[in-house]
Design a protein around this ligand. Sequence first.
Ligand code: SF4
Ligand code: SF4
Length: 423
Amino acid sequence: MALEDFAAEMDRCSQCSYCKWIPFDQVKSWRFAKNCPSIAYHNFNSYSARGRYAVARSLIKGQSGYSDTVRKIVFTCMTCGSCDVSCKVCRYNLEPLEMARELKFRLVEDGQGLDEHQAIIESLNKEHNTLGRPRAERGAWADDLDVPRLYADKAEVLFHAGCRFSYDRELQGVARTAVRLLKQAGVDVGIMGQREMCCGGRVYSMGYRETFTRFAQANLKAWDRAGVKTVVTSCADGYHAFKRLYPKLGSQVEVLHTVEFIARLIKEGQLTFRTAVPLTVTYHDPCHLGRQGEPYVPWEGVEKKIKNQIVVYEPRRPRYNGAWGVYDPPRDILRSIPGVELVEMERIREYSWCCGAGGGVREAYPEFSRWTAGERIEEARATGAEALVSACPWCERNFKDAVKALGDSLQVYDIVELVQKAM
Ligand code: SF4
Ligand code: SF4
């Protein structure tokens, strides 16, 4: 698509501002009623979905050009998708998240990208990861694991570690535990080791569509060569890329997040816990596993108007409103760990507040990113929980960094770390 394809939407946005809040029937308190970090932090309409529609309309009509302010408005969107869920409660036919992405694509294509993001693209092109780390060190996290490397071997199931788990030493125990669990369950699993490449999902959300496509195609080719039928990952960004974006490029590979796999093992009685973990926890739904973790539904059709007024789609267009994301498996796991008590925050499931690490914001606007994480930490604190648990290394890293910066004592875990403690 092109930005111009959203021209009708830009006019249809009713400027109602519903996209700035979680749906009103979900609000439990004024303190945690907002949903869009970008407008909440910058407190100026242009930084909301509604404002970005207006900015985009002005750009495509030639009424305004590029400036540092326009760049900041566009790239401070975390592409968390919360506006999209709220907008769909009141409007049937708008896709503010897709439009925000398209706006980023346009700026990047026009050479208006950010230097901070360009550095990531250079790292990706040279080292195949987003963290500027040497390609040769990518597989080191699995050095002590007896698991086939699928550039030399074949297996039906691939565990994809992703950039963050591959290089973040403090977190990568999660990837090792996930692979051990798969092996214990008798799964024919392998990894790509040092030849694993970035999924491309994070740079897609920064506006680099061409780079994403290149990496996605390279991954699909490597999977095909290795006979991979299922990909399991513990990274929510990777999950979203594989589940929602790769099928558009022809992927038919089954995609599972580790929490789905572990919840299935527990249900089938293949995984039981022996050790109690006495901890009151609250669970943070990663945007890319929750509201953006809905399965891809192919659609080709046309937009029509009834009586020149009511917009309809023929055939009916899929409506991603976040409700079918991955919400129950992580909660089922937490409830099955002896000693763990799960208490919920006010904004959960498809109405969850972003961790602050998405859309290239962590890299380009670190202060805003930390503030966003801090808001979630405050919400977690309000539940009385001792620990904030998530299922994505980007959320975990952002929360850990923010907790440290705030001098807070809240514990931060990936759900797999609690599983490991309980085994
Ligand atoms: S909720 Fe949707 S229609 Fe209303 S202002 Fe936001 S983007 Fe526009
Ligand atoms: S995607 Fe997230 S940050 Fe961007 S406008 Fe929507 S709610 Fe705000």
